[in-house]
Design a protein around this ligand. Structure first.
Ligand code: GLU
Length: 478
C-alpha cells in the first residue's frame, strides 16, 4: 500500500499524453510509474488523451499511443478520455469562475501585450501580464476577449512534491493565466485541473518539465474549492551524452523497440530502473515491482539511457520467460522479415536454442533463416575451407546414419556425430564443421546437434546431398 495516504482513499493516477507523435520512452516510463503506483495500491489507472490542440493532435498519434501502451501491457481501468470531447465542461467551469469573480475577461489587444512584453524584457523583467483588465473590462466589446484566471496577488504556493521535496513559489512570480482563448477553447493548465478533479485523481505523476505549471494549477484547484492531489515530478531521460534523449540518440519510440526486437518485459524493466532503484537489484518481475515500487523512491536526478543494459535485460528475458511467450513476439519478427514460421521447427524450439546466442528477437529471426528457408548456396570461404574432397566419406557416413536415425533428438544426433568421428578415426571438429557448412551454409550456427535438430531430417539429407555434390565436383576438377 502507498505510504502515508488516508486509509480510505483509493489511489487514482492518470497518464495524460498529448497525441502529437508516437509514444516515446520518456512518456512510456511516466505511464509505467503511474500504472505501478495505482496497481501497487489496488487503485485505478486512467488514460486521458490531451487533444485540445486540434491542429497538432492526430488520430494516428492517438493510435500510436494506444498501441504502445497495449504492447507494454499498461492496461487502464478508465478511458481513454478525450479532452476534445469535454469542451462544454471546461466552458461551464470557466463560467463558474467568472461568475464568482475568480476569473475575468481580458480585452487586451495583441499589440498591447506585445508592447508590454517588449517593455518588460528591456527592463530586464520576466514577461508577465500586468493585470490591466483585472478590475473592469477596458475596451469591452471591441475584440473577443480571453478569460484569465485571477491568480492570488500575494502569498506563496507551497507543495510537497513526492520526488522533489518541498517546492515554494511566490504568487508574485505568477501572472493571471489565460484559461480560455478568444475562440473559447481552453488552455492546458485549466483543462488538466478540471479533468484531474472530475476524474478524482489522487496522484499526478508526470515529467518535471511540468513543474512550473504546478503552482498555477494549485491556485486553480483552490479557486474551485478543492484540495490539490499529490504531485510527483519525475526527471527527464537523458542520452549517454547528457543531453535530453532525442531522436539523434537512436530509437525513442516504444514501437521502434518492438521493431528492433526487444521484449516488452525488457523495456519495462529497463525503464523502471531509469530513475528508480531498490538496492542494486536490476531484474524485477512485474509482481516484484508491484510489491516494491513507490514513486517517492524515484530519483531526483535525471538518468541516462544505456543501450547495453537494455540489451542485457532483453537477453535475460529471452532466456527466462516461458518459451511460448517469447515465441509469440518472435512470430511478429518473422512476419516483419517475411519468413514463414510454418516452414521450419516450432518457434518455441528455436527460442530454446537461440536465446543465449543473440541479443534481440530481430537478430534471432535474422540468424534463423536457414531453418525456414532454402540455402542460397554455401558461403564461399566456409565451403572452400570445410567442404573439401576429403570430407566425402564423412558426409556419406553422416547421411546414411541420419537417414536411418529413429529418434531425431539433440542427444541422438550428437551420438551420430560422435560415432561417425570414431568410425572414421577423425576428430569431432572434422565431422562437425563440414556438416555445419552443409546444413547452415556457413561456419556459424548453434551447436551441431541442435543445428541438425532444427534443420530437420528431410532438409538435412537434402543439404548433405548438395554438399556431397559440391565436394565431388571439386574432387573431379582437381
Ligand atoms: N499532456 C501533457 C504532456 O503530454 C501532460 C500533462 C500532465 O501530465 O499534466 O506533456
Amino acid at each position: 500500500m502507498a505510504r502515508g495516504l488516508a486509509g480510505a482513499m483509493t489511489v487514482r493516477t492518470r497518464f495524460a499524453p498529448s497525441p502529437t507523435g508516437v509514444l516515446h520512452v520518456g512518456g512510456a516510463r511516466t505511464a509505467l510509474f503511474c500504472w505501478l503506483q495505482a496497481r501497487a495500491a489496488g487503485g485505478q489507472f486512467i488514460l486521458r488523451i490531451e487533444d485540445t490542440d486540434l491542429e497538432r493532435s492526430t488520430a494516428e498519434s492517438v493510435q500510436a499511443i494506444l498501441d504502445g501502451m497495449d504492447w507494454l501491457g499498461l492496461d487502464y481501468d478508465e478511458g481513454p478520455h478525450y479532452q476534445s470531447q469535454r469542451f462544454e465542461r471546461y466552458a461551464a467551469v470557466a463560467e463558474e469562475l467568472l461568475a464568482q469573480g475568480k476569473a475575468y475577461r481580458c480585452y487586451c489587444s495583441k499589440q498591447r501585450l506585445e508592447a508590454l512584453r517588449a517593455q518588460q524584457m528591456q527592463a530586464g523583467l520576466k514577461p508577465r501580464y500586468d493585470g490591466h483588465c483585472r478590475d473592469g473590462a477596458a475596451g469591452a466589446g471591441e475584440t473577443s476577449p480571453v478569460v484569465r484566471f485571477r491568480n492570488p496577488a500575494d502569498g506563496t504556493v507551497v507543495f510537497e512534491d513526492l520526488v522533489r521535496g518541498t517546492i515554494r513559489i511566490s504568487n508574485a512570480e505568477l501572472d493571471d493565466l489565460v484559461i480560455a482563448r478568444p475562440d473559447g477553447s481552453p488552455t492546458y493548465n485549466f483543462t488538466v485541473v478540471v479533468d484531474d478533479l472530475d476524474m478524482r485523481i489522487t496522484h499526478v505523476i508526470r515529467g518535471d518539465d511540468h513543474i512550473n505549471n504546478t503552482p498555477r494549477q494549485i491556485n486553480i484547484y483552490r479557486a474551485l474549492g478543492a484540495e490539490p492531489p499529490a504531485f510527483a515530478h519525475v526527471p527527464m531521460i537523458l542520452g549517454a551524452d547528457g543531453a535530453r534523449l532525442s531522436k539523434r540518440h537512436g530509437a525513442v519510440g516504444v514501437m521502434q523497440y518492438r521493431d528492433l526486437g526487444y521484449l516488452p518485459q525488457a523495456l519495462l524493466n529497463y525503464l523502471v530502473r531509469l530513475g528508480w532503484s531498490h538496492g542494486d537489484q536490476e531484474v524485477f518481475s512485474v509482481a516484484e515491482l508491484l510489491e516494491r515500487f513507490d514513486v517517492r523512491d524515484v530519483n531526483r536526478k535525471a538518468a541516462a539511457f544505456d543501450p547495453d543494459k537494455l540489451d542485457w535485460l532483453n537477453q535475460h528475458y529471452q532466456r527466462s520467460l516461458p518459451a511460448a511467450e517469447v515465441a509469440g513476439h518472435l512470430a511478429w519478427q518473422f512476419e516483419a522479415l517475411g519468413i514463414d514460421a510454418g516452414a521450419g521447427p516450432p518457434l518455441t524450439d528455436l527460442v530454446g536454442v537461440q536465446a543465449d546466442r543473440v541479443k534481440t528477437l530481430r537478430e534471432m529471426a535474422e540468424q534463423s533463416r536457414v531453418f525456414y528457408q532454402e540455402l542460397e548456396g554455401f558461403e564461399a570461404g566456409a565451403a572452400r575451407k570445410h567442404l573439401r574432397p576429403v570430407c566425402e566419406p564423412v558426409l556419406r557416413a553422416l547421411r546414411e546414419r541420419l537417414r536411418d536415425l529413429v529418434d531425431w533428438s539433440p542427444e541422438s544426433l550428437n551420438n551420430v556425430v560422435r560415432i561417425v568421428a570414431d568410425e572414421l578415426e577423425v576428430g569431432m571438429g572434422k565431422v562437425a564443421q563440414p556438416l555445419r557448412v552443409a546444413l547452415a551454409g556457413s561456419a556459424v550456427s548453434p551447436s551441431i546437434d541442435r543445428t541438425l535438430w532444427l534443420v530437420g531430417r528431410d532438409r538435412s539429407l537434402r543439404r548433405l546431398d548438395d554438399a556431397l555434390e559440391y565436394v565431388v565436383f571439386r574432387a573431379e576438377r582437381h
